[in-house]
Design a protein. Structure first.
Length: 139
C-alpha cells in the first residue's frame, strides 16, 4: 500500500558535508530500485526526512536509516497510507536549511516557521502540518 513516513533526527558531529554527499549518493543508488521517493531537509544539527512508497519498503528503509551512526534521537512524526505521491519524480530531493532563517528561505509566516522549528525539535505536531511545511521548501 502506498504510504508515507516522516521522521526527525539529530545530525551528529561526525556527519560532515562529505557524509551528507554519501547519504545522498546512497539515496540515488537505492531508492529508485525500491520505488521510494521523498525529500531530505538538513541543517547543521538536524535531519527531517519525508519518505513515500510501498509500506513494506518504507518500513525496511526506515529501520536501516534508524541504525545509521551519522544521526541519533530518531523520532517518528507521522506514517500512514496516502493516495498519491507528493514528490513522484524525486528519488530524494534535498535541501540544506538554516533553522534560524526559515522564514527567509521560504514563504512561511513566522507562526509556520515556529511550528516547523517545533517539529524539528521533536516536539510533536500533527503530521499533515509537517508535510505542508516541508512542501514549502520545494516550491
Ligand atoms: C538522515 C539519513 C537519511 C538517509 N536516507 C536514506 C535513503 O533515503 N535511502 C538510502 O538508501 N539510504 C539512506 N541513508 C543511508 C543509510 O542509512 C545507509 O547508510 C545506506 O542506505 C547504505 O547504502 P548501501 O546499502 O547501498 O551501502 C540515510 C542516512 C541518514 C543518516
Amino acid at each position: 500500500m502506498l504510504s508515507h513516513l516522516v521522521y526527525v533526527s539529530v545530525r551528529k558531529p561526525n556527519c560532515t558535508e562529505e557524509e551528507i554527499g554519501k547519504i545522498l549518493e546512497a539515496c540515488k543508488r537505492n531508492n529508485s530500485k525500491i520505488d521510494i521517493t521523498g525529500v531530505l531537509l538538513y541543517s547543521g544539527t538536524h535531519f527531517l526526512q519525508y519518505l513515500e512508497g510501498d509500506y513494506k519498503e518504507i518500513s525496511g528503509l526506515y529501520e536501516k536509516i534508524k541504525g545509521d551512526d551519522r544521526h541519533k534521537n530518531v523520532v517518528l512524526i507521522t506514517t500512514g497510507p496516502i493516495k498519491n505521491r507528493t514528490f513522484p519524480s524525486w528519488e530524494m530531493g534535498s535541501k540544506e536549511i538554516e533553522e534560524e532563517k526559515i522564514e527567509f528561505q521560504t514563504d512561511m509566516s513566522k507562526e509556520d516557521a515556529n511550528a516547523f522549528q517545533d517539529i524539528i525539535a521533536g516536539k510533536g505536531q500533527e503530521g499533515s502540518k509537517a508535510l505542508n511545511l516541508i512542501k514549502k521548501f520545494f516550491k
